[in-house]
Write a protein that binds this ligand. Sequence first.
Ligand SMILES: Nc1ncnc2c1ncn2[C@@H]1O[C@H](COP(=O)(O)OP(=O)(O)O)[C@@H](O)[C@H]1O
Ligand SMILES: [Mg+2]
Length: 268
Amino acid sequence: MRIFSIANQKGGVAKTTTCINLGASLAYHARKVLVIDMDPQAHSTLGLGFEPNEFDKTVLNVLEPPRSPFRAELRDVIVPTRTPNLFLVPANIDLAGAEYRLIDQLGREDFLNSSIKRCPLDFDYILIDCPPSLGILTINALKACREIIITIQPHYFALRGIEEFMETVEIMRENLKHEPEIYVLITIADTRTNLYREVIGEIEEYFEERLFKTVIHKNIALAEASSHGVPVIEYEPSSSGAQNYLSLAKEVINFEKEKPKKRLFRKA
Ligand SMILES: Nc1ncnc2c1ncn2[C@@H]1O[C@H](COP(=O)(O)OP(=O)(O)O)[C@@H](O)[C@H]1O
Ligand SMILES: [Mg+2]
């Protein structure tokens, strides 16, 4: 089972769009996939066609402290989506209270991780949709995953914007002894512009082989599909968005896992 967090503390860089559509594309390639919505805005839940307030139990119940009467096991919160092979752990706005609820709990950065470890799940992939912040929800996601996909929209300060994120990952490496692999996906790209050509060089130089070869181009079908509550391969299979995410799924499946990657941090 491979566990990915889709992260970047900036909003609007296609984290949720990637979670839904990479998830649906992996499912299309006959993999069993679980999306965990860790964002109180519940955009993955909405984008997969659910009404966030319809659920008795959400991911917040999974993050409850050990002796809480509201606590639930991950398997009891999983719902099937309309896409075969694609499942969801939903969120709703109540998740915004997690920061406060967990504030005095020892080991609170590990609650999602231990909930995944506790119950035997038969998924090939888990994709965790992170909120646009570096709070306890993102830390839980990063701690639970083995691989991180940072989504970046190419613009002049794109690299500067993720410095803080990279620092968080480094602190986690040093203090929590957890070292997930980092990959980078270019999203919402307009490859015809000079801006793109200038910025992409910088990103390639920094991340080298950690950058996915697949680029997700700007494509309105992706936004439309989300607002209809379906993945783009169901909404408009011939769109560039659908084709880009299918090609990303292939790349993820075929990762050369053993290939040494550029060291991003000094050795701990
Ligand atoms: N490749 C794309 N082309 C056009 N619009 C996109 C693309 N990817 C995402 N969007 C739109 O951009 C907005 C932000 O995307 P979203 O996935 O919600 O970002 P995040 O989760 O990082 O905040 C949404 O309205 C989404 O539909
Ligand atoms: Mg989002």
